[in-house]
Design a protein around this ligand. Structure first.
Ligand code: SF4
Ligand code: SF4
Length: 482
């Protein structure tokens, strides 16, 4: 239908991208507008034949798709708000206090090391320097996230960093959140109480029901599922009391989907609900970094297999909501916030440019600083391309001013990427230059053969399809109210 280019009235049209979804045309723009048109409406829009006092012209005009009445100041304000994450600086600070772990997860990247490797623990001097660097960020919000290995293996340093951070924050007065991502196998009553008293939030690794979880996450000695669920249940039991005392955080889930998980989408969702979780993130496909090609063949999957899993799981969750159960999938929530609200949720992997070095930093046990945890993972494969310096040797300015940061910014700016620049999903999407580097040999990804692009496209398409059903749209809107 677009072969008849002579009829397009370019001087009447505002900026937009479009995509055909089933029998409708989806129009999107960079200030947050989207609209579905029928084929006839789309043709009339392009040739300026829509009636000006009727729909869909009125909506097109309101959503900045018509050039004539475009309020440029309003558009600039909207664009600025959508991209306000650019004005802050690194807010997420991932601290790897040890590489040691008592698990042998099937998907674990080369970083997790044996329990006797005490030389791979962060020491006090490094930890002090890490905290000093963190508090030099320009971001008013600071999240310190302990990861590993298993962070509880190096408990004295976890405690030390928490104490130091609170001390520093008396002067810095940042909006500070401290998180622990853990398998909970080394949790004790004493540690649990300390962490809750210090207002630390938890994120526990649970991959689904016992058989799926333990297959993915075998523990060297013991039953991983037992520990992960024991402390989660304890948390949920205490939660009403904690809320009264002013503790606001809900326990989060860190979920990894392996090949073993794919057919258990229903059981995985049911397990989380049974344990008490009412939202969880299923939108993160397995990362191939650090995995030998042979291992990935065993536990990895194609983009299509993952898309199938995600659609099944999300359809199941939507079905539960239609029956009155309140439960949300967080990747969908991230995209829906971008689609349905004026603000951007600042998901560091789904923004343009991505958060590498400008939204987050990852600190390894030895003080080396990386653009993000994925950059650190590459270093575990002896590739230091994403190392920005060391907390003991470099200033904060040298770290964030490293040309690697600017390079990753450029490589993750969708406006400049072939394939993304004219994609209707550009306002909602994000790409990972480190994934592109690891999988396609270049931080500037080739979208036609990029598996992550295929997954993003499928997820966003699925949401737009569902948004056309008024009942499901209502459910999605309620997800955003929480
Ligand atoms: S990564 Fe793919 S889906 Fe996302 S904007 Fe680029 S082309 Fe579109
Ligand atoms: S490089 Fe990849 S993992 Fe790192 S912040 Fe960007 S999108 Fe996220």
């Amino acid at each position: 239908m677009l072969s008849d280019l002579k009829k397009i009235k370019y001087n009447k049209l505002g900026f937009f991208r479009f995509k055909k979804i089933k029998d409708k045309y989806l129009l999107t723009n960079d200030v947050g507008g989207f609209l579905f048109l029928t084929k006839k409406e789309f043709k009339d829009f392009l040739s300026d034949n829509l009636e000006k006092d009727k729909e869909p012209y009125l909506s097109l005009n309101k959503k900045s798709f018509i050039k004539k009445d475009l309020d440029l100041t309003e558009s600039i304000d909207k664009y600025r708000l959508k991209n306000s994450f650019l004005f802050n600086g690194p807010s997420l600070h991932i601290v790897v206090v040890t590489l040691r772990c008592n698990h042998k997860c099937v998907y674990c990247h080369a970083s997790a090391q044996a329990m006797d490797r005490t030389d791979l623990d962060m020491d006090k001097e490094t930890a002090k320097n890490v905290v000093e660097k963190i508090f030099q960020t320009t971001s008013p919000f600071v999240a310190i996230e302990f990861q590993g290995g298993e962070p509880l293996v190096n408990w004295p340093i976890v405690k030390f960093i928490i104490e130091e951070a609170y001390k520093k924050n008396k002067k810095a007065k940042k909006d500070l959140e401290i998180r622990l991502v853990s398998n909970f196998s080394l949790m004790t009553e004493e540690k649990f109480k300390y962490l809750l008293d210090k207002n630390v939030s938890f994120c526990v690794s649970i991959d689904g029901p016992e058989k799926v979880h333990n297959k993915n996450r075998p523990m060297v000695k013991g039953n991983s599922y037992y520990y992960a669920t024991k402390w989660s249940k304890k948390f949920f039991k205490l939660y009403p009391q904690l809320r009264k005392k002013g503790y606001i955080f809900k326990i989060g889930l860190s979920v990894t989907i392996s090949r073993f998980s794919l057919s258990y989408y229903k059981e995985i969702v049911d397990e989380y609900i049974k344990l008490g979780f009412d939202d969880f993130y299923l939108g993160r496909p397995l990362n191939p970094f650090g995995l030998l090609k042979e291992s990935f063949k065993k536990i990895g999957y194609t983009a299509d297999e993952y898309i199938n899993f995600y659609k099944n799981a999300l359809s199941y969750i939507i079905g539960l909501n239609l029956k009155g159960k309140k439960v949300r999938e967080k990747a969908a929530v991230t995209f829906l916030k971008k689609i349905l609200t004026e603000k951007d949720p600042n998901h560091l992997d789904f923004r343009s440019p991505c958060g590498a070095g400008i939204g987050q930093l990852a600190y390894n046990y030895n003080g080396n600083v990386y653009t993000c945890d994925e950059g650190r993972m590459m270093s575990m494969m002896n590739d230091e391309s994403f190392c920005l310096g060391n907390v003991k040797e470099n200033t904060y300015q040298e770290i964030v001013g490293n040309p690697i940061v600017r390079t990753l910014c450029t490589a993750s700016c969708l406006d400049g990427l072939a394939g993304c620049d004219d994609c209707a999903y550009k306002p909602y999407c994000g790409i990972c230059p480190i994934y592109n580097y690891a999988e396609q040999g270049n931080i500037f990804g080739q979208m036609p053969t990029n598996e992550r692009c295929k997954i993003n496209k499928a997820m966003i398409s699925f949401l737009f399809e569902k948004l056309q059903d008024p009942k499901i749209k209502e459910i999605f809107k309620k997800w955003l109210d929480k």
